[in-house]
Design a protein around this ligand. Structure first.
Ligand code: HEM
Length: 192
């Protein structure tokens, strides 16, 4: 990326499209990993810090993602209409893989809207929050399928580290799950 940055031939909009996409996907991955692990943290103080980090990483990731889609529209090399930001397949350029990014973006919008209304519809928020897994997986497929840096080691290693961290967070959460309450012996007889 550094040699590319120094090359005046490379349009700055393309550099910004790639940079905002990469930083956004890293922040969304960090936010997801923290979001998975934080409910399993027992200390209320530590949990408060992790939830704040989760929100901060998600919010910053969303802002950078908005920059990413704006640069995707502005950049002259790829012809992407504003419609392609929310309608999968509407992009003239690589409609399938940009479309995968669009589906991910739409899921993020859904997650954002339910988060902003979570006090009015907490159950809906909790259920919809599960789409974050699909959102992230689709975003990484999109990035690795069409990204200019997809063939480079740093982005591939980042994807692997993100995947491993997500797996570790899921195992940590599962290991901290309160064991299902054993049914008291007396009651068992009632069912037999
Ligand atoms: C959650 C949604 C999305 C995320 C996290 C995301 C992230 C990324 C990442 C990390 C790359 C690879 C950049 C590189 O290799 O340098 C990329 C490439 C790209 N994305 Fe997205 N993207 C998303 C949605 C979209 C949408 C909705 C559009 C279009 C409307 C879009 C347009 C593009 C384009 C044109 C490229 C190729 C840029 C290049 O590397 O030359 N992305 N995206």
């Amino acid at each position: 990326m550094s040699t590319v940055a120094a090359n005046p031939e490379i349009p700055w909009t393309w550099l910004m499209l790639r940079t905002t996409g990469i930083v956004a996907i890293v922040l969304l991955t960090v936010s997801t990993v923290i979001g998975i692990a934080s409910p399993a943290i027992r200390s209320p103080k530590v949990r408060l810090v992790t939830i704040s980090l989760h929100n901060a990483a998600a919010a910053t990731g969303v802002v950078l993602l908005l920059g990413h889609v704006v640069f995707a529209i502005v950049d002259s090399y790829v012809s992407i209409s504003p419609l392609a930001v929310v309608v999968p397949g509407a992009s003239d350029w690589k409609p399938l893989w940009v479309g995968v990014g669009t589906v991910s973006f739409d899921l993020l919008l859904l997650l954002l809207i339910t988060t902003l209304n979570r006090f009015r519809a907490p159950r809906m928020w909790k259920a919809v929050h599960l789409v974050s897994y699909a959102l992230l997986a689709l975003a990484w497929v999109h990035a690795l399928a069409i990204g200019s840096d997809a063939a480079d080691l740093p982005l591939r290693v980042t994807a692997l580290v993100g995947l491993a961290a997500t797996a570790v967070a899921l195992v940590f959460r599962q290991s901290r799950r309160a064991p299902d309450r054993p049914v008291p012996a007396t009651r068992v007889e009632e069912f037999v």
